[in-house]
Design a protein around this ligand. Sequence first.
Ligand code: PLP
Length: 397
Amino acid sequence: MLAKKGLAVSPSPTLAIDSKAKELKSRGVDVISFGAGEPDFDTPAHIREAAIAAINQGHTRYTPASGTPELKEAICRKLQRENGLHYSPAEIVVSNGGKHSLSNAFAALLNPGDEVLIPVPYWVSYPELVKLNDGIPVEVVTEEKQGFKVTIPDLKKAWSPRTKALVLNSPSNPTGQVYTREELEMIGYFCYEHEMYIIADEIYERLVYDGLACTSIAGLGDYTKKLTVLVNGVSKSYAMTGWRIGYTASAPEIAGVMGAIQSHATSNPNSIAQKAALAALDGPQEGMAEMLQAFDERRNYMVERIVGLPFLKALKPQGAFYVFVNIEGALGKAFGGREITDSDDFAARLLEEEKVAVVPGTGFGSPGYIRLSFATSMENIVKGLDRLEAFLAELRG
Ligand SMILES: *Cc1c(COP(=O)(O)O)cnc(C)c1O
């Protein structure tokens, strides 16, 4: 029999929708996909140039397993400059992407049976990564009227003596909501009192709108900094998803364990990509502002259209590039005489009838919802929402 741990893991549903849409597209079907989980922009030129130079200058060998000293120093400078956080290179582990950093964190922190609190809706990989590392994911359901943000009563209800850590994702994928400093202070204090680690996934930290500032829970004070494994990377902020560079900042003991694990599992992250990440962090940041501006325009358009459609509700995202849409009003209605039973069915029928791909909320633990990404052109957004509108106009009952 194959490994129980491996068999217990379900493949990523967000990637599944994306591949279905891509498959239809390759057969010549005119599909509009709102499934993308990555920026639709190219990696900026100066970053690509840095990678080419790295190859030509011979940076093609093993580096230290947890990342090059120069990149770790650049990450420390970034954390100081942009987040007001002071870390030293020994507290940084550079990995093969934010997802790998999360995996390293769970591997370093969890013993069999340890519970990890995961606010719902959650990013699809958290529960699976916890299970793969012998932990028990404990879902903490949040409410839309609380902005899908976990509250102290929610945490109290979910806590047990086996609770080891809390996963906090702000800005959130899939909801786009951002925790305020005050909210983080309450959560941070709860974790401190209960001696829990905080896995702070800040991969969308640069993608926030309306001049909002994104607070890092590690920055509240020593009481949270010691407990926090801050996870970030260049994937989303610099349109570098394919390069696979993520990093953590944490207490040096945790960094040491993560580095040791990584040294056996993967060795160093790609040497060329590390040079590119260095150029991203140290180089000009103007290109990022343009990307943010484009996301912001699409966000405004998409939310305005969606809240004007029948059966649908949505909170305006404050960060990331997703709109999380409540479709409960459409469930139980019929399309072409056949009832729409749940969000999986809604997504499947929308793809079948109108050739629009969205991600059903089931994968995020929220079955009454769908996620639409605005990491696609304005032209696609207009066309896709027209089709969604046509689909909803056909609902009866
Ligand atoms: C995209 C994403 C990541 C990981 O990104 P990598 O591509 O592995 O760097 C981590 N967390 C969330 C919530 C994400 O959406």
